[in-house]
Write a protein that binds this ligand. Structure first.
Ligand code: HEC
Length: 225
């Protein structure tokens, strides 16, 4: 499988996980629990496992069959098939896992500020206005969601959102291994995981706009407490 296809598959699986977690989050919010105290969604690890398994199985079967047929004609079918199946599975699993990890490592890196990064500089009021539009734009995601699908009227945030950036965010820590998260990194995390999309270009106007608008969201969130 090409890397590009792998990436798309992984993003699709992440989004499928989220489709499950969106109603769950609503239930959690209604019940008055803090979403971060529940069991982790484990977006990245579970997507990895699913991808590893799926690929492992597919390859295992294909290789097993091919070898089974070739050896079968020489040695008697039953025995050869059994052996080939075993080998195929083991190889398939190993390769599937390795590729899953590579993809997830790339996503983990992609949401971190790159070295020597300079954020886009623009008029704050303009960036906020543009950011508000993007916040409601479903075309930013690959799964039909917009930021507002989860965050309308201050929904979906945890208490950490009150803290000055950079700070610890449960999702960043659990799914991306980040101890501290800057606000623009948080935007990228939500782009990659819940939105199942590519991260925005670092230094782009779009990223600056969504970051600036998230600051407006943060202020509303703090004022509401
Ligand atoms: C499918 C639901 C979903 C979508 C869509 C989504 N998010 Fe989030 N977002 C979350 C969840 C869940 C959290 C809480 C994470 C945590 O505290 O561990 C969160 C937290 C945040 C936070 C606050 C993190 C903190 O400091 O505590 C920001 C900012 C944020 N999202 C921005 C965005 C932006 C911008 C978009 C669109 C690009 C977006 N989100 C799309 C689910 C979503």
């Amino acid at each position: 499988m090409s890397t590009d296809k792998n990436r798309k598959e992984l993003l699709k699986k992440l989004s499928r996980n989220l489709m499950v977690s969106v109603p769950m989050m609503t239930v959690v919010a209604v019940a008055g629990f803090n979403a971060s105290s529940g069991p982790g969604l484990g977006l990245i690890p579970s997507a990895e496992a699913a991808q590893g398994e799926a690929e492992g199985e597919a390859r295992g079967e294909a290789e097993g069959e091919a070898r089974g047929e070739a050896e079968g004609s020489a040695k008697g079918e039953g025995e050869a098939e059994a052996r080939a199946e075993g080998e195929g599975e083991a190889e398939g699993e190993a390769e599937g896992e390795a590729e899953g990890e590579g993809e997830s490592a790339k996503l983990k890196k992609a949401v971190r500020r790159p070295e020597g990064y300079t954020p886009y500089q623009g008029n704050v009021a303009d960036l906020r206005a543009q950011g508000e539009k993007l916040f409601n734009d479903t075309s930013l995601s690959s799964n039909g969601l917009s930021c507002a699908t989860c965050h309308a009227n201050g929904a979906g945030y945890n208490a950490s959102f009150k803290n000055e950036y950079p700070h610890v965010v449960a999702m960043g820590q659990r799914d991306f291994g980040m101890d501290m998260v800057h606000l623009d990194e948080m935007v990228q995390i939500c782009m990659v995981a819940p939105m199942a999309a590519e991260p925005l270009e670092w230094g782009s106007e779009e990223l600056a706009a969504l970051t600036e608008y998230s600051r407006v969201e943060q202020k509303k969130f703090i004022d509401k407490q």
